[in-house]
Structures are given as structure tokens and as C-alpha cells.
Design a protein around this ligand. Sequence first.
Ligand SMILES: [Zn+2]
Length: 389
Amino acid sequence: MAGEIVSSVEMLRKLVAFDTTSRFSNLALIEYVQGYLKGHGIDSKLVPNEDGSKANLFATIGPNVPGGVVLSGHTDVVPVDGQPWVTDPWTLTLKDGKYYGRGTCDMKAFYAIGLAMLPQFLKAPLKKPIHFALSYDEEIGCFGAHSLAARMASEVPKPRVIIIGEPTMMTVVHAHKGSQSYVTKFTGFEAHSSMTHLGVSAIHFAGEFIHYLNTVQEELEAAAPKNSEFMPAAATFNVGTIVGGTAGNILARECEVLWGYRELPTRPIEELGERAKKWLKEELLPKMKAKHPAAAIETELRASTPAFSPEGNDDAKALAGSWSGSNTVGAVVYATEAGIFRKVLGVPTVVCGPGDIAQAHQPNEFILASQIDAGEEFMKRMLEWCCRN
Ligand SMILES: [Zn+2]
């Protein structure tokens, strides 16, 4: 059976047409990729989520030996709801040297280019394998990458380098902050707002917690390294949403705070969260309970993405730099799957891919046509390297 031959742009058009917003299944895209690989004689393995509604995919091109390259990308995209799109987000549209569509830069272009080059990979005398690794649910907490990396660690001969193709304009990113998020539910006791001695307002105590986070923030900023690659240099807290209360004249019984932080690679990702939970339990809860014994505080972890440390990535930096032609190496503050892959596979990793993060998650997301060319050049140089001993 002759496999499908498509250009990078045509492959991107096909991938963009699958609405893989994280709340939906990604299986239609995964099945398409699986069928495309199969058409070229390549078997892929799927790693499904618990209810089977989504799956990761990995596949190896070339010899099944150690020392290969992993090309990693996520299949899901962020929602387009409420965004003022000028073109249909699911139809790749070329205008003035830019390809518009949801997922063009974040991040279907990277593996569209790799998949489109599959016939060239197969024709080449590969000495080192090329592995595709596609995940689900990156955008809502990197949930798929954990099981994907774990399966690859046990089934794929140890690779030499992992490339996470998030948009960096083909520069090399060797570190990023981690991300941790929690929801804390404060339960108070309702009373008339004039009778503050009879109840306990969940909102007022949630406010104290937010003040506590600000205090820790000031402490972190004062202690932040002076010549940091990260901007901002310190770990940073954010309270994303607050929901609570029923009326202006009632002490609020409930208040829910969604909060989290972006953490440096130098501190365990859980540490600030554990510290905040201890403060809630030992400092704030007794104060609430002193007002009314029904008061309660519950904190639940929502998502955790480890930071990506620059340690031990020199090999990947050198290789990705030579393939991309970029000698810019930097750090970013947004999280990717790099920290997970780096940790689970224990292989030098970098983030390097086409497109600009400034366009990610935006209405009218696009990738420059010249970035697709740059991505193709990267893959060609990588392929040459894979054919050497
Ligand atoms: Zn992304």
C-alpha cells in the first residue's frame, strides 16, 4: 500500500481541521495519524486515558536502537469560545505570509512538518531512530504526558535527545518554570451581616489567605537570584478566580479560591503549596473555628507540571542549536511537557519549535509561513545527523 504524500502545509491543514479543544476527544486526530503512519508501514502504540476517550501516540521510525531523537508535541488546543476570530479557526487560511488557524503555532505545525517528512525519513539510511510522541491534555495540566513518558521509558530504547516542539521561533529553550494549581474551599457559618459575632464569613477568611500569599510573594521576590534567566526571577503566585457569597447582608458560608504558582526549577514543585496548606491548617483554621466550630478549609491539588531544569541538557542544546541554526539559548516562564519527559526518561531535552508563543492561545492564532520553512530545515539537518554513525 502506498502511503499518503503531503506537504507540511497540507498536513497542518489536516491536523488543524480536527477540533481537539482539550474538553473534547482527540481520537479522530490520533486515528488519522495512526492510519497515516500505517500507510507508510509504521506501527504506532497508543496510551489511552482512563475512560478511553483520549490517547497518546508514539511510534519509531528507523532502527529500534538507543541514541535516537524524540519529536514531542501535544494534540490538544485551547478553546476558541468567545474569541473574535476573523477566519474559521478549524480551516487553515493563508493571508500575507501567515497561516491562520487554532493550533497552528501551539503546536500542530511542529509535528505536521515531521509527519510530512516521513517518506524522506523512510528513504534515508537511518542509523539512529526518530520517535514521534504525541500527547493529550497538555493545555489543561500536562495530564497525558506522564503516562506517555512512562510507557516510552519502558518500551523505547533510550533516546539521545528529546525535542519538545512548542513555539520558540526555532530558538533553543533549556529551562522553564513549573506550574502548580490548587482549589481551596473555605466554609464559614451564615449569619445576618449585622451579627458578625454569630457567624463566620468564608469570604473574609479567604481574603486573609490571599493576603498571606502576597506576603510570601514579597518574601520570594526579596530572595530571588539577581542574574536570573527567568523574567520574573522569583516564583509567582496567582489567584485566578474567587467564587463565594449569596447576598450583601449575609456572612458568606462558602468561598472557593483557585490559586497557584509558577515555580523555579531549584525548589521542589510542591514545597510552596505544602507551606500554604500548613499555614491554612495551623494559623487560619483555628481562627475560623474560634468564631464557629462549623468552619472548615479544604484544599485540593488541581494540576502539577514540574519545572524544567537546565541541568544536564547540554547535549540537547548543542544538537538542537546545530539543527535550528539558532545560537540563542534561553529560559521561559510558561510550562511545557519538557520537565516531565526530562524527568521520566532521563534524557537531555530542549524546547524548540516553529512559531511564536505570543500568538498561542490568541484569537486569529497564526504561524508565519517562513517558520514552517525553518521547521523543515531543522528536520532536514536532524535527519542528516540521524544517518551518521
Ligand atoms: Zn503548547
